[in-house]
Design a protein around this ligand. Sequence first.
Ligand SMILES: Cc1cc2nc3c(=O)[nH]c(=O)nc-3n(C[C@H](O)[C@H](O)[C@H](O)COP(=O)(O)OP(=O)(O)OC[C@H]3O[C@@H](n4cnc5c(N)ncnc54)[C@H](O)[C@@H]3O)c2cc1C
Length: 92
Amino acid sequence: MNSLQRQASSTMFNSRFGVRAAGGILSHRDAHLVPDQFVKQLAEHAAGNGVQLTPSVELIGFETSGRRVTRVHTTRGHISGEEVVLAGGSWT
Ligand SMILES: Cc1cc2nc3c(=O)[nH]c(=O)nc-3n(C[C@H](O)[C@H](O)[C@H](O)COP(=O)(O)OP(=O)(O)OC[C@H]3O[C@@H](n4cnc5c(N)ncnc54)[C@H](O)[C@@H]3O)c2cc1C
């Protein structure tokens, strides 16, 4: 009996999660993380590698040329760039 089977057969599932379960699947390739810590460390890593971060700035408009966005308007001025990535969440 491996450790997962021992956990499944113990009362751990019942007492900790309120779930009655006869077993489970352990995937060594899966993982989990703490989202706010991940984003904070990702931002620190990006900033340490030359990315300029401007927090608390709202995107309020675009300028386009044909099908391309050439400039974005923000609450702290305009930003031009070769490429613009829209990442404002699920509604973008
Ligand atoms: C309740 C809930 C639980 C979830 N649980 C999980 C989970 O356990 N595991 C998992 O993998 N995924 C989970 N998700 C999904 C996950 O949160 C999203 O898939 C992920 O956050 C999408 O990332 P994103 O960068 O595309 O968008 P977001 O994380 O939504 O980021 C978009 C950012 O753009 C900003 N923004 C929007 N408009 C503007 C603007 N005009 N100017 C400036 N900034 C703007 C927003 O403020 C936001 O910070 C969950 C989602 C919800 C709602």
